[in-house]
Design a protein around this ligand. Structure first.
Ligand SMILES: C[S@@+](CC[C@H](N)C(=O)[O-])C[C@H]1O[C@@H](n2cnc3c(N)ncnc32)[C@H](O)[C@@H]1O
Length: 261
């Protein structure tokens, strides 16, 4: 059990000394993007989602909702986020309320297999499948909820060829809920789950630079609240992720797909 944090909003408000509604916009990305690469990673997904104003996207494993709010703002679309961690769903909704995006970004505690809605115009999932043992079921359930021609974009952590993987990691404290596969295995699994490949890219190089920059900012201590400060064992988890990315123990891959007709 990795995602054990509770009452995240209170923690954020204690660390910053400000209510959510008074939190400067520059502070948000340090908190609500729970993946390598921050908002730049999401920026790289957006063109592949082919979203237009008024469309509705599905965010599977929506975490604290940073990607959902960024995509809603950038495209004018609506986002439905599902996640199995109650405290994250509550924090994501509270953050969206404070951001004035309560109507356009909605979050539900649900496994993808239990979600009743279908017909989404696009879906994306960011740093989630590392926790999913049966990835074929996971992606097939996403495919079933998309309209014909809809896109799927992913940004994911894969097992690399080199280097030791030290624990804890952002997605696993003790390794029991970590189910990494290689990039080739992941791409092939998505394709065999009802999707046709449009684009596939190794994003590890720029992500390494992002980790270096993050390390410098954390060391400077200029941000009062950061994601590592909110997470159980957060600094060690982020450091091990940065080292694994630097050594090649993990790779970061972005993929774009469309539902197979
Ligand atoms: C590393 S966080 C990424 C959150 C978000 N996608 C982001 O990038 O900011 C992983 C998220 O996946 C969620 N998760 C793990 N297994 C899941 C599952 N079977 N269904 C839905 N969400 C899941 C966790 O609760 C957590 O919020």
């Amino acid at each position: 059990m990795t995602y054990t944090e509770t009452d995240i909003v209170t923690t954020v408000e204690q660390l910053t000394g400000a209510s959510l509604s008074a939190l400067p916009r520059t502070q948000w990305e340090d908190i609500d993007q729970f993946h390598a690469g921050g908002s730049e990673a999401i920026e790289r997904l957006i063109p592949h989602l082919a979203l237009t104003a008024g469309a509705t996207a599905l965010d599977v494993g929506s975490g604290l909702g940073g990607p959902a709010r960024q995509i809603a703002r950038a495209t004018g679309c609506n986002v439905v986020g599902v996640d199995i961690t109650t405290a994250y769903v509550e924090a994501a909704q509270a953050l969206s309320d404070a951001a004035g995006l309560a109507e356009r970004t909605r979050f539900f505690r649900s496994d993808i297999g239990a979600l009743g809605h279908t017909g989404f115009d696009a879906a994306y999932t960011v740093h989630v499948q590392m926790n999913i043992e049966d990835k074929k079921v996971f992606y097939s359930e996403i495919a079933r909820r998309l309209r014909p021609g809809a896109r799927l974009a992913i940004f994911e952590v894969c097992r690399g060829a080199d280097g030791e993987l030290a624990l804890p990691l952002p997605w696993s404290l003790d390794g029991t809920d970590s189910h990494l596969v290689t990039a080739d295995e992941l791409r092939d699994t998505v394709q065999s789950s009802g999707f046709t490949l449009l684009d596939w890219a190794d994003e590890s190089t720029w992500a390494r630079q992002w980790f270096d920059d993050l390390g410098r900012r954390l060391a400077a201590g200029t941000a009062p609240a950061t994601l590592p400060a909110l997470l159980t064992d957060g600094p060690a988890r982020m450091l091990n992720f940065a080292v694994a990315t630097a050594t090649g123990a993990v790779t970061l891959h972005r993929g774009a797909f469309t539902v197979t007709a």
